[in-house]
Design a protein around this ligand. Structure first.
Ligand SMILES: C[S@@+](CC[C@H](N)C(=O)[O-])C[C@H]1O[C@@H](n2cnc3c(N)ncnc32)[C@H](O)[C@@H]1O
Length: 297
């Protein structure tokens, strides 16, 4: 039997298309506040960003089934030298909404993948104490739980959801640090200009926290990575994305066809509150880059 996937263009603070308690796993990476190379000026200030997270947390509490998991892939954001504690604040907002803090995984990226700047260069220029600024090569995966989970009695029908223990051991999924290469949003890639996470992250989380045939949600869909992997792993999915300009990218990534060869159904809804962001954000990012280049030369 095929799976279904619903893409809703609109603000994820309002997930009215989703009935109460009908989602079994949430995986997302919210916008990185106003990160200079991803979302410059997207929010008026940090409070506006936190308001968005509060709105989403409230909806997550409503749509997630009892005991189910919400995963946030994120990191603290530095803007003009000031570090914003995004990870701690999302955790706090979710706990205030009633979720339990279950775990935290460090997603470690390879050393050569530093995207923004080598802050450690300051120490090399000034080989004295107090000039230490590390290069960042990790993000965090926050794992929160919606109350107590009632484990089902395992019957043969659960065989298709069984975790492959060889894969689990070989990939060292059992550690609290996952070494996974990240996606660089380079020119020409489908994810250009989108802070996409690698497919390996939702692949592990979906296998570890949901059963075949269940429903996965990504409220900040971006290029559609979570939906693509949910479809591959025979889960249904909902994805919310505010930026209508990402529609062709999402459809390409999840393999949409108007004449599908499979039983999977893909529905697309465009709500009044959708916006057009990508072109204007990319212009601002280009401007930031030229300022950085000028200050370096
Ligand atoms: C970090 S990206 C997600 C990337 C995604 N994980 C991927 O792999 O492509 C965050 C996304 O959230 C979207 N977004 C920002 N505010 C939103 C809102 N209020 N409702 C829905 N989507 C929103 C942005 O347009 C952006 O595409």
């Amino acid at each position: 039997m095929g799976t279904w996937h619903k893409i809703i263009f609109g603000d994820c603070r309002y997930m009215k298309e989703i009935p109460n308690g009908s989602v079994h796993l949430m995986i997302t990476s919210p916008p990185y506040f106003n990160a200079p190379f991803d979302y410059p000026g997207l929010f008026k200030d940090y409070d506006e960003f936190l308001d968005l997270m509060r709105g989403v947390a409230k909806e997550l509490r409503r749509v997630l089934a009892p005991g189910r998991i919400a995963c946030f892939v994120t990191q603290d954001v530095r803007i003009n030298g000031k570090l914003y504690p995004v990870v701690a604040d999302i955790n706090r907002v979710m706990m205030e909404e009633g979720f339990t803090y279950r775990d935290r995984i460090i997603w470690r990226k390879p050393e050569g993948y530093i995207r923004i700047s080598r802050r450690s260069g300051v120490q090399i220029q000034h080989p004295y104490p107090m000039y230490f600024y590390p290069d960042n090569i990790f993000e965090e995966i926050l794992i929160l739980q919606n109350g107590k989970y009632k484990y089902p009695k395992i019957t043969p029908e659960f065989n298709s959801s069984k975790i492959d223990i060889n894969e689990f051991n070989e990939g060292k999924w059992y550690l609290s640090v996952w070494d996974i290469t990240n996606v660089l949003p380079l020119k020409g890639r489908v994810e250009e200009g989108i802070a996409a996470f690698p497919e390996e992250i939702p692949r592990r989380l979906i296998k570890l926290f949901s059963f075949v045939g269940e429903t996965v949600l990504d409220p900040f869909l971006g290029s559609g990575t979570t939906m693509k992997v949910a479809r591959q792993l025979n889960r249904n999915s909902y994805g919310y994305e505010i930026d209508l300009e990402l529609k062709p990218i999402i459809l390409e990534k999840i393999g949409y066809s108007p004449h599908p060869l499979t039983d999977d159904s893909i529905e697309i809804y465009e709500r009044e509150d959708a916006r057009r962001l990508r072109t204007s954000l990319q212009k601002k990012v280009e401007k930031q880059r030229s300022v950085v280049k000028k200050t370096r030369t």
